[in-house]
Design a protein around this ligand. Structure first.
Ligand SMILES: [Zn+2]
Length: 126
């Protein structure tokens, strides 16, 4: 740095900083305080904060759970379309049929495809 080395903050300042930004990785504090990541790791241990890896794992688990919940919610959401095979509402994430089972039937049976085309034409004429 051109302005010279920044002074390493006191332990109490570091403790407060760690407490406020406990989710940040060791590299963040290392850069901020001008110390090594190893020193940050030691400080975490000394000051009674959980290790960065423990926090990162918890953050990952939390994110995974959130994503899974969002995905499940989306999968459970039904569209206003109906399955051409069984007439059940089609989930928003599916294009034509309500399920993989119906999709297999739909692909294998031209009658359903014909129905869909007919429906499309009827809608077009309105
Ligand atoms: Zn179906």
């Amino acid at each position: 740095m051109a302005s010279g080395r920044r002074k390493t903050p006191s332990v109490s300042v570091m403790r407060r900083d760690l407490g406020r930004n406990s989710r940040r990785p060791n590299s963040y504090f290392a850069k901020k305080w001008g110390v090594s990541r190893e020193r940050v790791r030691q400080l975490r241990a000394q000051l009674g904060f959980p290790a960065s890896s423990v926090i990162q794992t918890a953050v990952q688990t939390e994110m995974k759970a959130t994503r899974a919940a969002d995905r499940a919610k989306l999968e459970a959401t039904l569209s206003d379309r109906f399955c051409p095979v069984c007439d059940s509402p089609v989930p928003v994430l599916r294009r034509t049929t309500c399920s993989t089972g119906c999709a297999t039937l739909y692909r294998g049976n031209s009658r359903y495809r014909y129905q869909k085309v007919t429906n499309g034409k009827e809608l077009g004429r309105k």
